[in-house]
Design a protein around this ligand. Structure first.
Ligand SMILES: [Zn+2]
Length: 273
C-alpha cells in the first residue's frame, strides 16, 4: 500500500479525496505527514510500519482542516506538530467539542475522531521540523487555511504541498475573516515558486504526485485560476466544468461558492464570518 516516490519517502493514497499521507524515513523511525483519513487505512499503515520494524517518531499536520489532523492509536504517542497558527486554529475550532466539528464538516463515519487535532504548535518562524531525519524545511504561508505549511524534504527533493498545487482541486481560498485572500494566495504561490527549483517530486494533499515539470505547471495553473477569480471570470480551468475528473464534479460547486463569497465581500467591504 506504500509507494516510494524518492529515497526513503513513501506515499499512501487514501480512498477519501485522493488524500496523500507521506512517510519519511529517519534514523530512529519515521515522520508521518497528514497521517490519513479512514480508520481502516490508518490501522493498515500502522501495521505495515510495525511489520517492517519502523516506529513513528513524529507527526506533522500541514493545516488545521480535519482531514489533515487525524491520528491512530497504532501510530503510538509520538509528538504531533503543526505551525503555531495551525495548532491555535485547531484548538480554537475544537473548543466546542469534536462532535460539533464533525457535524459542521460532514466528516464520514469511518473516520476515527478521538485523537483529532491534538497537535503541538512549533514556535512561529521555526525553520525545520525537529526530528532525527532528513531536513524538512517548513514553508509557511497564508493561503488555504491559517498557518498552512508546505514542507520541503531538502535532501530528497520532495515538496509536500498541503492543499496547494493539486491537479484535481482548485485553489480553495481561506475566506474566514481574511482581509485579502486573493493576494494572500498569490503571495503563497510566489513563495512556492521560490523553492520550485529544488523540487523533483511534488506531493499535493489531494491528487496525483507530480514530477519536476509539474511544479511550475501547477503553480501557473493555480495562479491563472486565482486571477480569474479576482476578475470574476469563468476560468478556463480543467478542474472545473465538464473536463473535471470523474468523481470530482463537485469542485465546480466549490468554485461557484467562492465566486459568491468574494462578490459579497467586495460589496460590503468585509469578509464573511
Ligand atoms: Zn484543507
Amino acid at each position: 500500500m506504500l509507494r516510494e516516490v524518492a529515497e526513503g519517502v513513501l506515499i499512501h493514497e487514501s480512498e477519501f479525496c485522493q488524500s496523500n499521507t507521506v512517510v519519511v524515513q529517519g534514523r530512529a523511525g519515521v515522520l508521518l505527514i497528514d497521517p490519513g483519513v479512514h480508520g481502516y487505512e490508518m490501522a493498515c499503515l500502522a501495521n505495515d510500519l510495525s511489520d517492517s520494524g519502523q516506529t513513528v517518531v513524529a507527526g506533522f499536520s500541514t493545516h488545521p482542516h480535519w482531514d489533515h489532523l487525524l491520528w491512530h492509536a497504532g501510530f503510538g504517542a509520538a509528538p504531533r506538530y503543526g505551525t503555531a497558527r495551525c495548532a491555535a486554529t485547531a484548538r480554537d475550532r475544537l473548543s466546542d467539542g469534536v462532535d460539533a466539528v464533525a457535524k459542521a464538516a460532514g466528516i464520514p463515519e469511518q473516520v476515527p475522531l478521538d485523537l483529532l487535532g491534538l497537535i503541538t504548535g512549533l514556535p512561529a518562524g521555526t525553520a525545520q521540523i525537529p526530528w532525527d531525519g532528513p531536513h524538512v524545511r517548513i514553508v509557511e504561508h497564508q493561503a488555504h487555511a491559517p498557518g498552512h505549511a508546505a514542507l520541503l524534504i531538502e535532501e530528497r527533493g520532495v515538496l509536500v504541498a498541503g492543499d496547494m498545487l493539486s491537479d484535481v482541486l482548485i485553489p480553495m481560498l481561506d475566506l474566514n475573516n481574511t482581509a485579502d485572500p486573493i493576494e494572500d494566495y498569490l503571495a503563497a504561490l510566489r513563495l512556492l515558486e521560490g523553492v520550485a527549483g529544488e523540487v523533483d517530486v511534488l506531493v499535493p494533499g489531494h491528487g496525483s504526485i507530480g514530477g519536476a515539470d509539474q511544479v511550475r505547471a501547477r503553480i501557473d495553473q493555480d495562479r491563472a485560476y486565482v486571477q480569474a477569480l479576482r476578475g470574476a471570470h469563468v476560468p478556463g480551468d480543467p478542474r472545473v466544468g465538464p473536463s473535471a475528473m470523474p468523481g470530482w464534479e463537485w469542485v465546480g460547486g466549490v468554485h461557484d461558492r467562492q465566486l459568491q463569497l468574494l462578490a459579497r465581500t467586495s460589496e460590503h467591504g468585509a469578509a464573511p464570518g
